[in-house]
Ligand binder design. Structure first.
Ligand SMILES: C[S@@+](CC[C@H](N)C(=O)[O-])C[C@H]1O[C@@H](n2cnc3c(N)ncnc32)[C@H](O)[C@@H]1O
Length: 433
C-alpha cells in the first residue's frame, strides 16, 4: 500500500493523483484527500489504483443517499457535496477547453442549478431474468456490463422510484420474463409512460397483468417489439399524450415516450431561457437551430426571432415539432428540415440562406462537420453569434477550436449546466461570436 494526495477528478469521477510525473486514477477518492491505495494496472499514460483507506477525508465528502451507490453505475459523484460536484464539472470543462482546444472562455457563466434529487424524467431500466436469481432490474453496474439490481432510485421521480420494486414481481409473472430486456421510463408533466421492450409476442394474460399494474400505479403502458419506432400504446384509446411545458415561452410540447427529450425538465426550462437570452435574437433575425429534436429551442426562439429553421435527422421528431408549431400559431415563423448533419459542408450551409444566429445542440459526437462548414464561410456571411449546448466537453472543445482557430470566432462565454446531478456527465453551454 502507498499513500497518495488526490488533486482533481477525471471525466469518470475518479480521483487523480500524480506520482513520478504520471497520473494515478483512484475510484472513490476526492480532491484534497489523502488515501492509501494498491496499484492495479499500469498503462503508458496513467495508472489505475484501488482505494484501500481514506487517511484524511475531504470536508466535501458526504454520505451517499442511495443504497445502491458504488455498485450501480448511474451516479458516481454522490459522495461529493452537490455544489462541489458543480465546481468539479466547471473545472473539467475549463481544462478540456484548454487541453483539447487551447482555449479559454473570456467569461465563465454561472452554473445552472436545479433540484439535486428526483430530477430524472427519462430512464432506461435494463431487465435480466437469471435462472437462479429471479428478475433483476436496474442500470449498468459501475465499470461493468452487468446490471445492478435496484429497488429504488433517488434521482427518479418518487412515484417512479417506488414502482421499481413492484416491477420485479410484474416481470416475474409474465409468460417469458427472459424475453424482456428493458423497460423505458418517460415522465411528462401530467402522466407517466413505461415502455416494455419484448422479444416475443405478449400473451393475453401478459397484457392483462400489464393493465392491472398500469391501473394500480397510474401509468400508461407502451409496448415495443423492435426498434424505438415500433413502440405503440398497449391500449391506444386510453393514452393521454405526454407533454412538458416551457412556461416562460407559453409552450406545451407533446412527445412520445421513445422520443429524445432533455432528461431534466427543471434544468431544461432554465437552459432554454439561457440559450435564448444568450443568442438574443431580435424580431429581424433569422436563426438556425441545428440538432433541433422536437423543437425544444426552435419554438422558444420563434417567439422572439423573425424566422427559425430547425434541422435534425429524425423525421418523426420533426413531425412532432411542426405539429407543436401549428398548435401555438408559430408555423409561419418556423421551417423544419430532415438532414444528417454529420456530413454537411460549406456549400450546403450557404444554400440554406443567411442566418445571423445559430444554436447547435448535438449528440455526444458533437458537430465537427458543421463547425468546419461555419468556419469556412466568408466572414461577411458568417452568423454573428453561435450558442453551443453540449453534453460532451471533449467534442465541444474540438468544435470550438475549429470555429475559433480556423473560423475567427471568439469563445466569449462558457459554463456548466447541472443537468445530471450526482453523475459524471458534464452538460455545458458556450457562446461564440
Ligand atoms: C442532444 S439532442 C438535442 C435535441 C433538441 N435540441 C432538444 O433540446 O430536445 C440531439 C439531437 O440530434 C439528433 N441527431 C443525432 N445525430 C444526428 C445527425 N447525424 N444529424 C442530425 N441530427 C442528429 C438527435 O435525433 C437529437 O434529437
Amino acid at each position: 500500500m502507498e499513500r497518495l494526495q488526490i488533486e482533481s477528478l477525471d471525466l469518470k469521477a475518479r480521483g487523480i493523483a500524480q506520482r513520478d510525473g504520471k497520473s494515478v486514477l483512484v475510484d472513490g477518492a476526492l480532491p484534497g484527500e489523502v488515501v492509501a491505495v494498491t496499484t492495479l494496472k499500469g498503462k503508458a499514460s496513467h495508472e489505475v489504483a484501488r482505494l484501500r483507506e481514506i487517511v484524511r477525508a475531504s470536508n466535501q465528502r458526504v454520505e451517499p443517499r442511495c443504497p445502491h451507490f458504488g455498485v450501480c453505475g448511474g451516479c458516481s459523484m454522490q459522495h461529493l457535496e452537490p455544489t462541489a460536484q458543480v465546481a468539479v464539472k466547471q473545472r473539467i470543462l475549463e481544462e478540456t477547453f484548454s487541453r483539447i482546444g487551447s482555449l479559454e472562455p473570456q467569461q465563465i457563466l454561472p452554473a445552472l442549478h436545479g433540484p439535486a434529487w428526483h430530477y430524472r424524467h427519462r430512464a432506461r431500466l435494463a431487465v435480466r431474468a437469471l435462472p437462479n436469481r429471479g428478475v433483476i432490474i436496474g442500470f449498468r453496474q459501475r465499470n461493468s456490463s452487468y446490471v445492478a439490481d435496484i429497488q429504488s432510485c433517488p434521482v427518479l421521480p418518487l412515484r417512479v422510484s417506488k414502482m421499481i420494486a413492484p416491477l420485479h414481481g410484474l416481470v416475474e409473472g409474465l409468460s417469458r420474463p427472459d424475453r424482456v430486456p428493458q423497460i423505458e421510463v418517460a415522465v411528462g408533466d401530467t402522466s407517466v409512460a413505461l415502455v416494455l421492450r419484448h422479444l416475443t409476442t405478449l400473451t393475453p394474460q401478459d397484457k392483462q397483468r400489464l393493465r392491472c399494474f398500469g391501473e394500480q400505479h397510474r401509468i400508461q403502458w407502451w409496448v415495443q417489439e423492435g426498434g424505438p419506432a415500433s413502440a405503440k400504446p398497449l391500449d391506444p384509446t386510453e393514452i393521454q399524450s405526454l407533454t412538458y411545458r416551457l412556461p416562460e415561452f407559453d409552450l406545451t410540447l407533446p412527445f412520445r415516450p421513445t422520443d429524445f427529450t432533455q432528461v431534466n425538465p427543471y434544468i431544461n426550462k432554465a437552459l432554454v431561457s439561457r440559450a435564448v437570452d444568450l443568442l438574443a435574437p431580435g424580431s429581424e433575425d433569422r436563426v438556425l437551430d441545428l440538432f433541433c429534436g422536437l423543437g425544444n429551442f426552435t419554438l422558444a426562439l420563434a417567439r422572439r426571432a423573425q424566422h427559425v429553421v430547425g434541422i435534425e435527422f429524425s423525421a418523426p421528431l420533426l413531425t412532432r415539432a411542426y405539429q407543436a408549431a401549428e398548435q401555438h400559431g408559430l408555423h409561419d415563423r418556423v421551417q423544419f428540415i430532415a438532414e444528417d448533419l454529420f456530413n454537411k459542408n460549406r456549400e450546403w450551409l450557404a444554400a440554406l440562406g443567411r442566418f445571423n444566429r445559430v444554436l447547435i445542440d448535438p449528440p455526444r459526437e458533437g458537430a465537427e462537420a458543421i463547425a468546419h462548414a461555419l468556419a469556412q464561410m466568408p466572414p461577411s456571411e458568417r452568423p454573428l453569434r453561435i450558442v453551443y449546448v453540449s453534453c460532451n466537453p471533449t467534442t465541444l472543445a474540438r468544435d470550438a477550436a475549429i470555429l475559433t482557430h480556423k473560423g475567427g470566432y471568439r469563445l466569449r462565454q462558457a459554463g456548466v449546466v447541472n443537468m445530471f446531478p450526482h453523475t459524471a456527465h458534464v452538460e455545458s453551454i458556450a457562446v461564440l461570436e
